[in-house]
Design a protein around this ligand. Structure first.
Ligand code: ADP
Length: 539
């Protein structure tokens, strides 16, 4: 009886011992599972997530050590990404376990000769490992990696443990997949941010209440608002128009139901006000961004600076009207004189005929000069402007041109001053003559009251400098910046009276620069102007 009682007591004791062990095991399992879900939702690096998964798996299976190896991108090799219970110094000995891992058919996953390899590894690593279990990490049919758990002598894997390990392997696969997706999204975001940031066009993203969420550097430059200032502001506060082309603007379009009623893009063009007071011509394209369920999420605005385009359009219009005028004037004069001299009913005396023919001759020269200038500009534009190099004696060239010019004016005194032995340079004599004629012509044209025009030169280090100076109407500082531009003419009473297409100085500068030289102007309104160009002594 006593013995029976003793055995019952022992049985009860064993049963309660067993359930206690069971309960403790289940609690441990629950704790590990909780930690696992915490790990998976945390923002840890992939390596740390894998390390924690491996630690939980090894401890739950009463393992001695563990490894996680991931498949390398674009090759059939595997690399250890997490280890547990293995000294880093002996990790290299585990390499044989990473060979011959089957990539396809995860359903029937078997690493050939795994046990034999493990024994060799254990020996090389000096670890008392006795048994290994390796399970694949799979997403769909893709093999992402392998989880290995090692047991020391005496241990045994239970079928329950194997099942548990598979769920750990599945979680690890999800973690790897998430990390990959996260990396892809991060890379994509970095790329998009860089495109947005450095785009030459202004870009901003608005929320549905038209508040600015994103604002790039190009737009900061166009508007004068810094990125930090603009973000959070209403679109209308930052995008203010000095003038706008007739048509829709964003506010009116939105009030009219855009883009919900009509999802096409909205285009607005006009002069955008800069914080500093200036304006830029821009074209803004607003495009709606809808979510998957058709809700409006954002409006993306692309702001393109079209100032240059507009200037080019204006230049084209100015060019056509100016050239038509410049061509028409001599042609009308020629036609007038020719018709008059050709009349049958009048006998012209020889003086009148000669004067008429002289005018026709001069006007024809002007026409030829304009056409030559236009041809030069076109050559410069398409890059076929060629120089015919040879030795040029600039001082003699200047003296010859001054002689010619003296015959064209009675109210100017033209002086020439070059030092003795002025050096001979290499250049295109005809083109350099064109430079001097143009500058002298302008000096006469833009000093209508007469005065002295001085032409001269000097040697400065490795170059020669030649100047043409007058006592004419002069130029303001703003005009001095613009006069070398194509088709630019100062708008004043004199320029309106004198003929010119605004091409002379543009061609002059192009010729000088083609010689490797430089031209500049010094001037004071009402006092006079000096143009100086320098040319290198050795080419
Ligand atoms: P154009 O004389 O045919 O108008 P240019 O290119 O030679 O064209 O000159 C451009 C403008 O620069 C002129 O319209 C004139 O207003 C100004 N300019 C040129 N030379 C002088 C000068 N010596 N003095 C004052 N203004 C000048």
């Amino acid at each position: 009886m006593v013995r029976f009682f003793f055995f019952r007591l022992m049985a009860c004791y064993n049963q309660s011992m067993f359930s206690n062990v069971m309960i403790r095991h289940l609690i441990r399992q629950r704790d590990h599972m909780l930690e696992l879900s915490r790990t998976l939702t945390s923002q840890l690096s992939l390596n740390e997530v894998l390390r924690r998964i491996l630690r939980s798996a090894t401890e739950l299976l009463d393992g001695h050590a563990g490894l996680i190896a991931l498949a390398d991108d674009g090759s059939d090799t595997f690399t250890v990404r997490a280890s547990y219970g293995i000294q880093p110094t002996v990790l290299k000995h585990f390499a044989p376990l990473l060979t011959d891992i089957p990539h396809s058919d995860p359903e029937s996953f078997v690493i050939p000769e795994l046990d034999r390899k493990m024994k060799l590894v254990a020996q090389a690593a000096g670890m008392g490992l006795h048994q290994v279990i390796a399970l694949p990490m799979v997403i769909g049919s893709e093999m992402l990696g392998v989880v290995y758990i090692f047991l020391a002598s005496g241990g045994q894997f239970s079928p329950d443990g194997v099942q548990l390990l598979q769920s750990f392997a599945d979680q690890a696969a999800i973690a790897v997949q998430n990390a990959r997706l996260f990396e892809q999204i991060s890379t994509e975001k970095i790329r998009l941010d860089a495109i947005l940031r450095h785009s030459a066009d202004g870009i901003m993203i608005l929320d549905t209440s038209l508040k600015i969420e994103t604002f790039n550097l190009a737009l900061a430059r166009l508007t004068g608002w810094t990125v930090e200032e603009a973000i959070g502001k209403h679109h209308e506060e930052v995008i203010t128009w000095a003038s706008r082309e007739p048509g829709m603007d964003l506010i009116r379009a939105v009030a009219g139901g855009w883009p919900l009623s009509e999802a096409s893009v909205l285009y607005v063009e006009g002069d955008l006000r800069h914080v500093g007071g200036s304006t830029r011509s821009v074209g803004v394209t607003y495009a709606p961004l809808f979510s998957g369920d058709g809700q409006l999420r954002n409006i993306i605005a692309n702001v393109r600076d079209i100032t240059k385009f507009r200037e080019a359009e204006e230049a084209k219009t100015t060019f056509i009207s100016m050239i038509s005028h410049e061509l028409k004037t001599p042609v009308s004069v020629i036609k007038g004189y020719a018709s008059t001299l050709n009349r049958d009913d009048v006998e012209w005396d020889s003086d009148t005929v000669e004067r008429g023919l002289t005018v026709i001759d001069e006007e024809t020269d002007k026409l030829a000069e304009l056409i030559d200038n236009l041809l030069d500009v076109s050559r410069l534009q398409i890059g076929t402007f060629k120089l015919d190099y040879g030795p040029v004696s600039i001082d003699n060239l200047a003296k010859k041109i001054v002689e010619m010019m003296r015959t064209q004016t009675a109210i100017h005194t033209i002086t020439v001053d070059f030092p003795e032995d002025f050096p001979i340079i290499q250049g295109d004599s005809r083109r350099l003559g064109q430079v001097l004629s143009n500058l002298l012509n302008n000096a006469i044209k833009y000093s209508p009251e007469g005065g002295t025009i001085s032409v001269g030169g000097r040697v400065v280090e490795n170059s020669v400098e030649v100047y043409v100076s007058d006592e004419g109407i002069g130029l303001t500082e703003e005009e001095q910046v613009l006069i070398f531009d194509r088709f630019y003419r100062v708008d004043n009473a004199l320029s309106r009276k004198t003929q010119g297409a605004g091409l002379g100085l543009y061609i002059v500068r192009s010729i000088v620069e083609s010689h490797g030289g430089r031209i500049w102007v010094e001037s004071q309104p009402g006092v006079g102007t000096t143009f100086t160009f320098s040319l290198p002594l050795s080419q």
